[in-house]
Design a protein around this ligand. Structure first.
Ligand SMILES: Nc1nc2c(ncn2[C@@H]2O[C@H](COP(=O)(O)OP(=O)(O)OP(=O)(O)O)[C@@H](O)[C@H]2O)c(=O)[nH]1
Ligand SMILES: [Mg+2]
Length: 615
């Protein structure tokens, strides 16, 4: 059963006329374009030959008639106003006297005549100008000049009022509901939560707030398009709506985030049951356009009064708990605990600090050399970002890079890294070391519409050589949106840049698509290199990556070389290049310069890019 609250309201049937005339549907769809037609009362017209006492009787028989039209050859020629006739005719003597007189004596020969197609705004103006008679006693409506019926100013007022109310109603509805799913929105949710909190203070029960966010929803948008994503969201909203109890509110908070209000929940266990039911409702795949989507979600719960006594705290804590459920691997729910909050505020603090790190100039680059394994020449360096906090000292990349990714700070940080690396590449070239510098690019940065523009600008500013600039992308960055990745990579390759695939081997979902990409080098993930000597399956993977790379005419680079044995193995199997502590740890620029200077002469070379497949 659907328990969704308040679907789109219909405008009231303002066109429906008491006298059975009207056109009920005329305005429900487009009230702004409503016309006089909605006022139409099909009062039967009188012939000019009608005797006045018949008219009188007609009025007595039909107390609802405020006027009667006189029509000749379908054309209106006048109007007899009830009020005026009855007034003059109200005693038997007068009736006797006037009863046989021609109708023209009592007729208003200049009544207000309006076409049924006249807009209500225009009609209002016309009536006001025509004066009070037409307001109360009515006017004639015609259709292409022929009599169609009567209308009154009073009906007009009623219709306008109803329209206005319907409009306000609709505005209010839209203000409180989500357009995509028809669910209550954040505003309405908050309003209901406020009410629930007021009520619960009186009855002493609990209130539960549940936050639910769809897992990896972005991949649906990315691989099937936003409009399929929208349909999936609608289908999910229906599922969730079917899983809540009467009296609970399910709202769409925005994006792929939903919230459920559980007013008067008994115990924590009851709230957990609701969470299980909501997550369980997504177990079956949703079907959109004939395709199946298996979707999961993560949820967080907070309870009044244990997890907060005010609205903001309850919302914040449910969100924190949801976040924790995501961290735990998704497709699960968590209750809020105070310990989470400590973590969350620590995160927030790091985020603020990271924002300032750029301004305070606390970021720096370290460089790890990459060598040609056959000739032992240094061919390049990989630039790795470091954060030296003014008070906390060094902060490990593993701590701040994921946060930078999440918050989007990775984009300005990535730009800083590119600029700094290019400046350094130029400086080394000027000093006689034409080193290739490799820079890691995050998916956000890679997906940024202005990536190419930024690189062109930085190359221009720094005078760096594009052919000695390498961008390292991970497989997952490329596989997020293969089509867009291909376009961007072609743009980069077109500028002369090198592209390498970092952490290769951890999950290229389609090896065959690899040859489509203008990739120069594959970097074997260090997890495979680490156990090379001891673990036969790692050795097999490394061997096959080397073979695959060479098959595709790509350079193969091994990361994380730490021992002579590893180096031997890689050399024997024809791995082209390598880096790792065995040669050198990442070092600050000056230290690396000194390291280079210490090496025997002519140890530096820029390798030519391999020939690329035609694209
Ligand atoms: N189709 C569609 N997508 C939306 C809409 N609103 C937000 N999104 C997308 O939904 C995604 C929500 O992102 P997140 O919840 O942060 O990330 P996620 O990919 O779901 O991953 P996790 O939540 O961390 O598991 C974003 O990619 C938004 O672009 C919408 O109305 N329609
Ligand atoms: Mg999500």
């Amino acid at each position: 059963m659907r328990r969704r609250l308040g679907r789109e309201p219909r405008a009231p049937d303002v066109g429906h006329d008491r006298r059975g005339g009207g056109n009920p549907g005329a305005m429900t769809e487009a009230p702004r374009e409503a016309t006089a037609e909605v006022l139409l009362a099909r009062v039967p017209p009188l012939d000019p030959a009608t005797r006045i006492d018949e008219v009188f009787r007609s009025f007595l028989d039909h107390p609802e008639y405020t006027a009667l039209p006189i029509v000749a050859d379908s054309r209106p020629i006048g109007l007899i106003h009830r009020h005026r006739l009855i007034e003059r005719h109200s005693n038997p003597y007068a009736r006797e006297l006037f009863g046989r007189q021609p109708i023209a004596t009592f007729m208003n020969p200049n009544p207000l005549i309006v076409d049924v197609g006249t807009g209500l705004d225009d009609l209002s103006r016309i009536i006001v100008e025509a004066g009070m008679d037409s307001m109360s006693e009515g006017f004639i409506l015609t259709e292409r000049g022929a009599y169609a019926g009567l209308g009154t100013g009073h009906d007009l007022m009623r219709v306008l009022t109803e329209l206005k109310q319907a409009h306000l109603h609709r505005l209010a509805y839209h203000a409180y509901h989500d357009a995509l799913t028809g669910l209550p929105n954040r505003l309405l949710f908050i309003d209901r939560l406020k009410q629930a909190l007021l009520a619960v203070r009186r009855n002493g029960r609990r209130v539960g707030v549940l936050f639910l966010d769809v897992d990896r929803f972005k991949t649906i948008n990315d691989s099937h398009g936003h409009s399929v994503g929208d349909h999936v969201l609608q289908a999910l909203a229906d599922r969730l709506a079917g899983a809540i109890r009467e009296g609970d509110t399910l709202a769409r908070f925005g994006g792929d985030e939903f919230a459920t209000l559980l007013p008067g929940v008994g115990e924590a266990r009851d709230a957990a049951t609701v969470a299980e039911r909501l997550l369980g409702s997504l177990r079956e795949p949703v079907i959109v356009d004939g395709r199946e989507f298996l979707v999961t979600a993560s949820a967080g719960l907070s309870l009044f009064p244990s997890d907060g006594t005010d609205l903001e705290t309850l919302l914040k804590n449910a969100d924190t708990a949801m976040y924790r459920a995501k961290e735990l691997g998704r497709n699960t729910f968590r209750f809020y605990t105070a310990e989470m909050n400590v973590k969350a505020s620590a995160r927030l603090q790091v985020e603020n600090e990271l924002r300032r790190a750029l301004v305070r100039d606390e970021l720096l680059l370290h460089y790890q050399p990459q060598l040609d394994l056959q000739s032992d020449l240094v061919v390049g360096v990989e630039a790795l970002v470091r954060w030296r906090h003014h008070a906390l000292g060094q902060i490990a990349p593993a701590e701040f890079i994921p946060l930078a990714e999440e918050t989007g700070l990775i984009v300005p940080i990535g730009e800083w890294v590119l600029r700094e690396a290019c400046r350094r590449q130029r400086a080394w070239r000027d000093a006689g070391w034409p080193l290739r510098v490799a820079v890691n690019v995050s998916w956000r940065q890679f997906a940024h519409p202005n990536l190419l523009g930024v690189i062109v600008q930085i190359l221009g500013e720094t005078g760096a050589n594009p052919e000695a600039l390498e961008l390292e992308l991970t497989e997952s960055v490329i596989m997020r949106d293969v089509g867009a990745a291909l376009t961007t990579m072609r743009g980069l390759a077109g500028m002369g840049l090198r592209i390498s695939v970092d952490d290769f081997g951890v999950g290229f979902s389609s090896l065959s698509s690899l040859k489509l990409f203008p990739i120069h080098a594959l970097k074997i993930d260090q997890s495979f290199v680490r156990d090379l000597a001891e673990n036969p399956s790692d050795a097999a993977i490394v061997q096959s990556v080397i073979a695959l790379g060479h098959n595709l005419k790509r350079v193969v680079v091994a990361e994380g070389i730490e021992t002579e044995a590893q180096l031997d193995f890689l050399r024997r199997h024809g791995c082209d290049q390598g880096q790792g502590y065995y040669f050198s740890p990442p070092r600050p620029a000056e230290a690396l310069t000194a390291w280079l200077a210490d090496r025997p002469a002519a140890r530096v070379a820029v390798t030519r890019p391999p020939s690329m497949p035609d694209d």
